[in-house]
Write a protein that binds this ligand. Structure first.
Ligand SMILES: [Zn+2]
Length: 286
């Protein structure tokens, strides 16, 4: 898949990157970065959402990448100087692999010792790049208050029950609260509530234990399926001008207002909660 195909495919969704996109991006980048030396690091403007760290180029140039990871919707590039470069793709960020030519939205460029060039392209500049001491990552303010990773064993029905206890806010809104579960966004919350057959408007504290018992595996499954869909496209990134961060997926309810439910004879409905759209099937989700 070339870059033009990614942007132009018919029913392709151009929603902002969520956890599966970030996970896919990190796995894709790791093929080019993990274990590599960063021979050259260039910033081509001073900021994204906020300024680049003033010592970014100095710290990364000549450093070796010792590992990569993800926390919530942040990508992590650990280097052998005790520092981690933390990136967020914001609304429109993506990494371009070996672009033939840099373009004006390629704001940070990493060149590896083996000759690969990786450009962080972010036209709307809602993304961010930070340097954090690797040993202190968990205390970094954006990470300190985060709830458990949805794909970790820490996300259990018991954790949700404790977090939702006596809460009258809609369950959909609390699932978007990063202090309760880290990294869940609008798309996968809608999809998980549909899989678990839970009405997104239900007061969180009123969700039954069996419902939460369905919700936890539903969250994990929708994310794992999306990561698998992204992983199946990873080979395409080896092409010149390949991009990381976006891939096409099909959804059961997300962005399907007025279309038939895939499980019953009902129709997918859209409502607005907390200023954002929720898609669900009123017949299936109680
Ligand atoms: Zn239905």
């Amino acid at each position: 898949m070339r870059s033009g195909d990614i942007a132009g495919a018919g029913r392709y969704r151009t929603a902002m990157p969520e956890l599966p996109e970030v996970e896919t991006t990190v796995r894709g980048l790791a093929r080019f970065l993990d274990g590599e030396t960063l021979a050259r690091v260039t910033t081509r403007r001073g900021d994204l959402r906020r300024p680049f760290p003033p010592d970014l180029v100095q710290v990364l140039t000549g450093a070796r990448v010792t590992g990569m990871g993800r926390r919530a919707k942040y990508g992590l590039i650990h280097v052998d100087r005790g520092q981690t470069m933390v990136f967020h793709l914001g609304m429109s960020g993506r990494w371009r692999i070996d672009p033939e030519e840099l373009e004006k939205h390629d704001h940070l460029v990493l060149e590896t010792g083996s000759g690969h060039r990786l450009a962080l392209c972010d036209p709307r500049r809602f993304g961010s790049v930070d340097l954090v001491a690797t040993a202190a990552l968990e205390q970094w303010p954006p990470f300190a208050a985060l709830g458990p990773e949805p794909l970790s064993d820490a996300l259990t029905p018991g954790h949700l029950a404790a977090s939702f206890k006596d809460r009258v806010a809609a369950i959909k809104l609390l699932l978007l609260d990063q202090r309760i579960v880290a990294g869940l966004g609008n798309i996968y919350v809608c999809e998980a509530l549909y899989r678990a057959r839970i009405d997104p408007r239900k007061a969180a504290g009123k969700a039954s234990r069996p419902a939460l018992g369905r919700l936890v595996p539903a969250i994990k499954t929708v994310l794992e399926e999306a990561i698998a869909a992204g992983g199946s496209t990873l080979r395409d990134y080896a092409q010149p001008d390949g991009q990381l961060g976006y891939f096409s997926k099909t959804f059961d309810v997300y962005d399907r207002e007025g279309e038939p439910c895939r499980s019953c004879s009902g129709t997918v409905r859209r409502i607005v909660q907390g200023g954002r759209s929720t898609w669900f099937c009123p017949s299936c989700q109680k």
